[in-house]
Design a protein around this ligand. Structure first.
Ligand code: NAP
Length: 249
């Protein structure tokens, strides 16, 4: 069976490894092409957008795809919608891998917000030292609060045009460890951390470090996912689903 795997996450990379080892599937991994040097993958890989839901539907048809797996990031809202629409257009089975969201414990000081604009407002009007781990796509709203000092961490350096005025950039790719995160937060004299509720293990150490240091976290909650799409939480569950799909179950 031909499988198209929409990736860009650690779950997609895990599933790619499983699919590469299973001769019953011919899988292609699709990446958006956002990172300059993506991690090597064990599957044939294509890169770049399809041209909306219609373009994705055409790709699925042209490559005789038998199952579509959406293993993109919980905040990648457009590709989720496109995958759902393209699967309806082509009458193709679609499964989404959605990793569980992080939840706060009693010692966490999280301030949940719905949008980046709300995150900016939550930082307040007094200058603070803000650690921003939100990727590079959502940085522009922070220009509205130029009185804060920002430490911006992303895989590739963001374009200068999207950075707030007082920004220091560090480039790094997870997974990150708790001791390193604690050291970074301490050395940079961080007052507050802003992050998206991505879930997963690769980037959660910053939350444990913030808890240990008693730092507040502005947590951007997840956007809604398309409702009528079957979901699992892990690559293993997705593999089991693919086997059931192959058997016609
Ligand atoms: P998005 O806003 O949902 O998607 C924007 C457009 O990018 C889509 O309409 C599609 O273009 C293209 N695209 C997205 N994912 C693709 C994929 N896997 N293969 C081919 N085209 C793709 O997505 P995003 O938030 O920019 O995220 C881009 C990629 O980065 C995703 O693959 C996601 O898994 C990964 N990522 C995102 C975040 C995040 O916080 N958003 C964090 C970590 C990783 P067309 O309409 O032209 O097909």
């Amino acid at each position: 069976m031909n499988v198209l795997l929409l990736g860009g996450t650690s779950e997609a990379s895990q599933l790619a490894r499983m699919l590469a080892d299973d001769g019953r599937f011919r899988a292609t991994l699709s990446l958006a092409g956002r990172t300059a040097s993506p991690a090597p993958q064990p599957l044939p890989t294509r890169s770049g957008g399809f041209g909306g839901a219609q373009g994705l539907a055409s790709f699925l048809h042209a490559h005789r795809i038998g199952a579509l797996i959406d293993a993109t990031h919980p905040f990648a809202t457009q590709i989720h919608r496109n995958a759902a629409e393209a699967s309806r257009m082509t009458d193709l089975k679609l499964l989404a891998i959605v990793r569980p969201a992080w939840t706060p414990g009693p010692a966490d000081a999280w301030r949940p917000v719905a949008t980046m604009q709300e995150a900016v407002a939550a930082l307040g009007s007094f200058p603070r030292r803000v650690f921003l781990t939100i990727g590079q796509k959502d940085l522009t709203p922070f220009a509205a609060a130029p009185w804060h000092d920002y430490l911006v961490r992303s895989v590739d350096p963001p374009p200068v045009a999207v950075l707030p005025p007082k920004a220091t950039v560090i480039t790094a790719r997870g997974p990150f460890g708790e001791a390193d995160e604690k050291r970074l937060l301490t050395e940079w004299r961080t007052d507050v951390l802003v992050t998206k509720n991505s879930g997963g293990t690769a980037t959660r150490a910053k939350l444990a470090a913030a808890r240990l240091l008693g730092l507040p976290v502005v947590m951007v909650m997840r956007p809604p996912q398309p409702e009528d799409v079957e979901r699992v939480e892990t690559a293993e569950e997705a593999m089991a689903w693919l086997h059931r799909t192959l058997r016609g179950a």
